[in-house]
Ligand binder design. Sequence first.
Ligand SMILES: Cc1ncc(COP(=O)(O)O)c(C=O)c1O
Length: 395
Amino acid sequence: MSTNPTAYDFDRVIDRRGTGSLKWDFGQRLTGRSGLLPLWVADMDFEAPPEIVEALRARVEHGIFGYTLEPDSWFDAAAGWLRHRHGWEVRREWMLPSPGVIPAMVFAVLGLTEPGDGIVIQPPVYYPFAHRIGANTRGVVGNPLTLSGGRWEMDLEGLEKVVGERTRMLVLCSPHNPVCRVWDRETLLALADFCLRRDIVVVSDEIHSDLVMPGFRHVPFASLSQEAAACSVNLVSATKSFNLAGLGGSLTIIPDAGLRARFDAVQHSIAAGPANAFSAAAAEAAWRRGERWLEELLGYLQANYRFLAGFLAENLPPVTVAPLEGTYLAWLDMRALMLSDDQIKEKLQRNAGLWLDEGRMFGQGGEGFQRLNLACPRAVLTDAAERLVRAFRRG
Ligand SMILES: Cc1ncc(COP(=O)(O)O)c(C=O)c1O
């Protein structure tokens, strides 16, 4: 049976080597080994939607690439997308274009906290959060997720214990990378309630919000209530959903005028922007014409997930995979193999030539896990699944 009976060809294997791809071209430099199959960093081995490639082609053919600002139509397209996909009404004045989600998180850290302040993150979580917070002389306050019965949860009681006088901010990852959770309204309401009581600004990284599997629903943090909106800095982008990471660009949404002014002052002070002519054209095309592709992508990713989970259950039962609610990053529990993280990495890379992201990089709670990028053609995933089995077969 074809895995792709639809309009877009996600089965096609495209050689990305030689394009300066972080994922495919830097194995030797980053791991010291060559020829590894790379299913680590979060970009996709699929071509961007033809609707976007067409918009970029038209932009290239114009031939002049001068200073660019996001036009009104870019803001309208973003607002339309957020309303339609997520039921979130975003006003024009709340929106600020930013160079990327992580740069925007750093601007929020710099503009809304002081050196030495504490910022909560909930590991295991996207590791640049901790690195960037630390690099900007703020304290990382860890409130690890809990795992019970195979389900990862936010530790709302833990928050009460770790938050101190100088804790000013919490960086939320929603959906949560890794662990594949799409946070439900009740959890987010409880989080918002806590942060409002303790006067904590929430930076809500929602870069994965379009990558939500059928049956789950992303709830934008700022859509919870006016109060939640007023304490939040919200980060979204078309780059993750539509495989445009190499173009950069993101959208920062800050409903509160005071927070917005402080954030914007930092963006200006370091002369961030203006827009990249290509990222602006691509994002607008994505938001206006990308939905059909996205829907098909989600179906393909879910089928890839089911294939991997089934394959492991049959061929490598000690390794289990967390339920995929959102993102395209499978979270593999290898603790039952009873190996150290170094041994797991060595076996994956040396025995099987497979390059995954080590769970321990994502902080406390990630030990014994590996993150595997499902956004690849089924043939590549099948190869990876067979390599996983091979990795742990030999001594
Ligand atoms: C949770 C999360 N935030 C941010 C980013 C990166 O965003 P940007 O490339 O816009 O800085 C990623 C990329 O994987 C991510 O997973």
